[in-house]
Design a protein around this ligand. Sequence first.
Ligand code: NAP
Ligand code: MG
Length: 489
Amino acid sequence: MVSDRVFGKLFINGEFVASTGTDTLPVIDPFDQSVIAQAADATDNDVHLAVAAATEAFNGEWRETSAQTRGQILWRIAAALRERTEELAELETRASGKPIADSESDINDAATCFEYYGGLATKLQGDVMSIDGAMVMAVKEPVGVAAQIIPWNYPMMMAAWKLAPALCAGCTVVLKPSEETPLSIMAVAESFADAGLPAGVVNIVTGRGERAGAALVEHPDVHKIAFTGSGEVGAHIMARAAKSLKRVTLELGGKSPNIICADANFEAAIDGALFGIFLNSGQMCSAGSRILVERSIYDRVIEAMIERVKDLKIGAPMDPETQMGPLISQRHFDRVRAYQELGKKEARLVLGGNRATGPGLDKGWFVEPTIFADVSNESRIAREEIFGPVACVMPFDSDDEALEISNDTSFGLAAAVWTRDVFRGLRFTRRLRAGTVWVNHSQPAPVEGPWGGFKQSGLGRELGRWGADAYLETKQIYLNTEDTPIGWP
Ligand code: NAP
Ligand code: MG
């Protein structure tokens, strides 16, 4: 399955090439800890070659490529993703531990993202103004070479969210996938030439954040950095990028509230709450990890959640029935386990709280879906991003109290509210400090809409036309319509 032609290589200037160094990084299957491939650990020199290729492509052919042609290329990349869904989904699942059904759905979403930006390429517009004796135009131009650094939790989707708007805008790119999950996007690169993408427009360097990632952030010819990952690394990148005033967009973590009002559709709210925290084993920036429940239904909600989680199928990621797979790595497993233990001291454990055991689960980094009740918003489990299947449930007595708890966090990525009272829902949407507020839903991120965080959840917006804006500069062109001297001195 894992092709020698592609894996262990870097994708630079349209070719799969060996690293200039000799270090490699094992890609490990989180289900059984087997090594499925070795990825190249790109050196500073490799990063330099990739940026040079992106720079040359930007200054050459790509700049002159029409928006219509760029759009058609994006459409053909989408078509390749759809045709290769089975193969790509398997790579995604083997490297990430994500259930295969979720990987298939992610590849579909990634294709939809390329299609959307393929369509948008011809619709990026500037403005024209008539000012005194002049015509002033505001035109949009690509920002230049973009460095894109992405995490392991949604490898294909994060690659699509980054690549598609950048290409739509006319930028060239060096992408660094997570060291844990470099396989699926490297496989996609095999389809770039057939899609008509010129050499050097997209380059992929696999490797470590501290090396390849840092070299990209420091590189003088990189004009923009788009990052998704932890707040800690995001802040570090922003500080380093400030030295050369690179444009930076950051999509960071969250501790998103999921508010269940007593008048909600009960079944829908339980469903949404479980989906919001246990999907992808809770490894989601927008996970609804703080579940606030109106006191009159508090006990009933907890009972229903416990009852329903029993039906959740935890198991082999390649099994199409599996709904929850292992966590990504030993390091992350240790981190989530530590939070489970901390939670036992800080709150009332009502479900899970341990490593998950059972047939077929012994080698993988599985943890039990875990629910803590009566969680204080002051506790560490309520304030820190766990990034695992750990729900913190807390009661509220009034909407004001629910809002106060919800907004009392350093994050602001997303929030959900469940109510059948339309005005109650609208009041919440106005007062919740978050980049996305879902009413009677959890987790949808339609490609047409804006996505990003308030406060420490990030900077800038991805998706929709906002996603393309992040790769565009605005240039003023001033045309004097009078063929006379301006009269000075
Ligand atoms: P991370 O360290 O922030 O990694 C994200 C990306 O940044 C990876 O490609 C990483 O490279 C790279 N990177 C790391 N250090 C860098 C540096 N100094 N300069 C440039 N790039 C650098 O996140 P993680 O280690 O994958 O996970 C840690 C925590 O981050 C999680 O537990 C979770 O809380 C959070 N997280 C959030 C999201 C999200 O969607 N917002 C996604 C994943 C994780 P390598 O990892 O390949 O070395
Ligand atoms: Mg890392």
